[in-house]
Design a protein around this ligand. Structure first.
Ligand code: HEC
Length: 117
């Protein structure tokens, strides 16, 4: 019986490794469902931007109102970088919010998540 012990141990280790990688792969897959920061960006948008912008998907835009975030997301040439550059400037009527780099990432992820596919 004991003669086979090393083989058993090797098998157990192999099995443990297989389970470990299976779990890693699955959690990596579920993490890609929502790009990081989207829900945080949503929260920030509701707190800071909703007074002026429609921050939710499918909200009808009012004439003479600032563009909705969905409309912004669908604009040609909008990228996370262009949004973050924009956040560093102050725009008309918009209070000069201090948006930290992490918050800018989250807001940009949220806005771009509204893009029509
Ligand atoms: C006090 C009102 C107000 C608030 C609050 C406000 N905005 Fe704006 N925003 C505007 C107006 C007005 C415009 C359009 C005129 C302009 O671009 O200067 C605009 C334009 C923008 C644009 C550019 C749209 C384009 O056409 O390129 C972005 C991006 C934007 N806002 C993001 C935000 C984000 C993110 C927040 C919250 C952190 C925010 N805004 C809060 C009034 C506001």
């Amino acid at each position: 019986m004991w003669r086979h012990a090393p083989l058993h141990i090797a098998l157990v280790i192999l099995l443990a490794l297989a389970v470990f990688f299976l779990i890693r792969v699955r959690s990596a897959a579920s993490a890609t469902v929502e790009p990081s920061g989207v829900s945080e960006g949503h929260r920030l948008a509701e707190a800071w931007c909703e007074n002026c912008h429609a921050v939710e998907r499918h909200v009808l835009e009012m004439p003479n109102e600032p563009p909705s975030f969905q409309a912004i997301a669908n604009q040609h040439g909008i990228t996370p970088l262009s949004l973050k550059v924009f956040f560093r400037t102050s725009h008309k009527d918009m209070p000069n919010l201090i948006i930290g780099p992490h918050q800018a990432d989250a807001l940009a992820s949220y806005i771009l998540s509204l893009k029509n596919r």
